[in-house]
Ligand binder design. Structure first.
Ligand SMILES: [Zn+2]
Length: 437
């Protein structure tokens, strides 16, 4: 039957699928999987041989790592490299969780964790290094406790700070590899530039909704850097964060583990790393795609004539001050506090109370007496409003509704107010029974 797999070629040794065959209409057959015979380009270990000379293992460690030790690609020598190595992970969140767990289990000798956040209920859907009992604790402390349980032989250094141009060099100094597990552009460019300047591989990963991607940036090992791909950050606010756009909880498990695999390969000097390649993963279609990345000869940090030779102000570079200014301007639109809103609702004041969120958000929580008109539908429905009546607009945190207030003002309405802080403030200060999402 055309197009239907008629058989699988299995590797005799371990029954791993190597190649599938489909029948074609002309009676011939075609392999649908690429045969697996491509020679891998082995890379040398980034750990200098002199560093493993004094490394020894206890009997417990020998037992713990036995599945590594019996592989000819790893052996005792590879395990010594893992023990000699230091890996710095920026962020103990979605990507940091799986990669820290696996790196510790694999026997990395020293792990640094940079994170200044505390564990929140909204983290638990994907940040599996933290548990329900850890909500409210520092992420660094929670992560260290879990790592110690997995492998007490790993030294864990905690940096309960933001990773900045001022502290980055000092924090990264003792480590061989930097793994970026954050989801903001300031840290991404900072860790990239730092790794270019200090000649350390930068293991990159990024996730959003159902898609993720990973690569290894290491110009000193012949590959490009992040800036070769993206010389400029997107305008602030253009690319939504996972907090704004959501993320499938399982997705960072895939990308974070790819990052951990790359770190292990770089340390052991085995296989072919993602240097010069970017792997994109799409969960809904379950597809991996690979892209070749080339060094940009005009790259401002890793090119032959660099224009950036030291760490810069990455907040400025990514337009954060301008974004803050815009947010402050938004906060200046006529507004009421949640306390004032409550008083007006309690008094039974006459006003139209509009929630500008999306219907699926409205299903999660809403305030009584509010009326749903999603932001995108407002312009078309503005003619329904009477300019003499008071209108109060609310959203999740007051940002979208502030924009909506501006839209009303531009249309000539004057009696329109924003609820500053939105439903989040209402939950925090008026009624904690209102769920926060
Ligand atoms: Zn570059």
């Amino acid at each position: 039957m055309p197009g239907v797999p008629t058989g699988w070629k299995l590797c005799a040794a371990n029954h791993q699928l190597r190649c599938g065959v489909i029948a074609l209409p002309n009676g011939r057959s075609r392999a649908i999987f690429r045969p697996f015979f491509r020679e891998l380009m082995p890379i040398p270990s980034i750990i200098d041989a002199s560093r493993t000379e004094r490394i020894e293992f206890s009997n417990d460690e020998i037992a713990r790592y036995s599945r590594h030790l019996i592989m000819p690609e790893v052996t005792l020598e590879g395990q010594k490299k893992l023990k000699a190595a230091g890996v710095l992970c920026i962020g103990a969140g979605g990507l940091g969780s799986p990669l820290l767990l696996y790196l510790a289990a694999a026997g990395i000798g020293r792990i640094g964790i940079v994170d200044s956040d505390a564990v929140d209920f909204s983290n638990l859907q994907r940040q599996i290094i933290h548990g329900t009992k850890d909500v409210g604790r520092k992420k660094t402390n929670s992560a260290r406790e879990r790592i110690r349980d997995i492998n007490p032989n790993t030294q864990v250094d905690l940096y309960d700070v933001l990773f900045t141009s001022e502290n980055a060099r000092q924090i990264a100094e003792p480590y061989d590899i930097i793994i970026d597990g954050t989801d903001n552009f300031q840290t991404r460019y900072l860790s990239n530039d730092l790794c270019v300047f200090t000649k350390k591989p930068n293991v990159y990963g990024s996730i959003f909704r159902f898609d993720g991607q990973a690569s290894v940036f290491a110009p000193h090992l012949g590959g490009p850097c992040y800036r070769c791909m993206f010389p400029e950050p997107p305008p602030p606010g253009m690319v939504p964060t996972c907090a704004e756009g959501g993320v499938l909880g399982v997705l960072p498990g895939i990308i974070g583990v790819i990052q951990a695999i790359e770190a292990v390969k770089l340390i052991c000097g085995i296989g072919e790393t993602l240097i010069g390649r970017l792997v994109h993963f799409e969960a809904l279609g379950l597809k991996f795609r690979e892209f070749k990345l080339r060094k940009d000869p005009k790259c401002p940090v890793c090119g032959p004539n660099p224009t950036i030779t030291d760490l810069i102000d990455y907040d400025q570079f990514c337009g954060i001050p301008q974004q803050r200014k815009r947010e402050e301007e938004d906060a200046n639109v006529p507004h009421v506090t949640v306390e004032e809103l409550k008083a007006r609702l309690d008094r039974g004041d006459k006003f139209r109370f509009i929630d500008v969120r999306e219907p699926f958000e409205w299903d999660i929580c809403r305030l009584e007496k509010s009326e749903l008109i999603p932001m995108a539908k407002l312009p078309a429905r503005m003619s329904e409003f009477d300019s003499a009546e008071d209108v109060i607009l609310i959203c999740k945190n007051g940002a979208r509704s502030a924009h909506a207030v501006k839209m009303f003002h531009e249309a000539g309405f004057t009696r329109v107010w924003n609820v500053a802080g939105g439903l989040i403030d209402w939950s925090d200060r008026i009624d904690p029974k209102l769920p926060k999402y």
